[in-house]
Design a protein around this ligand. Structure first.
Ligand SMILES: NC(=O)c1ccc[n+]([C@@H]2O[C@H](COP(=O)([O-])OP(=O)(O)OC[C@H]3O[C@@H](n4cnc5c(N)ncnc54)[C@H](O)[C@@H]3O)[C@@H](O)[C@H]2O)c1
Length: 237
């Protein structure tokens, strides 16, 4: 994972900017999970939902999850109305139950990495997330993804174990770390936890990448929808 050896600002002198979806482009059928619904994860969830992707937000903080399930924001610059609208459209749900990972095609990890006493990122939240998601990383049959979407549209936040047992080996999940951290966290520390806990292999049974959050808080021109993304994969795209 060569790109992971360099900081986000070192990368890509001409970063790719993904174009906004064209008005009559086909609606997305993807379902993703965003783990960590804080200042980064919640706006990112809403942006994916607005783009037509179904988002399951996962957090260990049941207060935040309850708030989202009720359609209420807990972040000042995120309006409750935006959450309620995406929830109503069936594009946003939230849960503390990590078994929902079974239902998604991609997982984006946005958990905290506070600086420790040595001024280095504390990656324990990232590693705990790795342990929590690893048991559910097995690939999933594409048909059951659609079944699950239909199911969730009907029942909202609950999980149907019957659908989860209908897995097979066709769709490999993509795991992306977005938390700010030092080189090697994804390809060494997180990969080791995911592989040890799941018994699966990165690059073979699931895909793994790092894509740092590049938000510039307080800058009115820095919007989730237009910030160029830099992505380093364990294997080539
Ligand atoms: N906030 C910013 O402007 C900003 C800018 C650039 C980079 N970042 C980076 O993005 C990452 C996330 O930052 P943030 O500001 O959103 O943090 P935050 O504290 O606002 O939110 C993190 C969320 O993760 C949840 N969480 C903690 N452990 C978890 C676990 N094991 N499983 C699931 N959820 C868990 C917390 O409950 C919280 O809701 C950090 O690495 C941060 O350094 C943040």
């Amino acid at each position: 994972m060569k790109l992971l050896q360099r900081s986000a600002t070192d990368l890509s002198p001409r970063p790719a900017v993904l174009p906004a979806a064209a008005p009559n482009s086909r609606p997305s059928t993807a379902t993703i999970a965003i783990v960590g619904l804080g200042y980064v994860g919640l706006p990112l969830s809403l942006q994916f939902a607005r783009s037509g992707v179904a988002v399951i937000g996962l957090d260990i903080d049941s207060g935040k999850v309850d708030s989202l399930v009720r359609g209420h924001s807990y972040i000042q610059h995120v309006p409750s109305e935006a959450i309620a609208r995406m929830k109503k459209a069936g594009k946003l749900s939230a849960s503390t139950d990590f078994s929902h990972i079974r239902e998604v095609e991609a997982v984006i990890i946005c958990v905290p990495t506070p600086l420790n006493k040595n001024r280095e990122p504390d990656i324990s939240f990232v590693l705990n997330t790795g342990k929590a998601i690893a048991p559910f990383l097995g690939a999933q049959r594409r048909a059951s993804l659609a079944d699950n979407r239909n199911h969730r549209a009907m029942v909202g936040n609950s999980h149907n174990p019957q659908l989860s047992t209908r897995q097979s080996e066709t769709a490999k999940k993509l795991i992306v770390l977005e938390s700010t951290t030092y080189p090697g966290t994804t390809d060494e520390d997180l990969r080791a936890i995911l592989e040890e806990t799941s018994g699966l292999k990165a690059g073979v049974d699931f895909h793994l990448a790092f894509s740092p959050e590049r938000e510039d808080p307080g800058n009115p021109d820095s919007k989730v929808a237009t910030i160029p993304k830099v992505i380093g994969g364990h294997t080539p795209a």
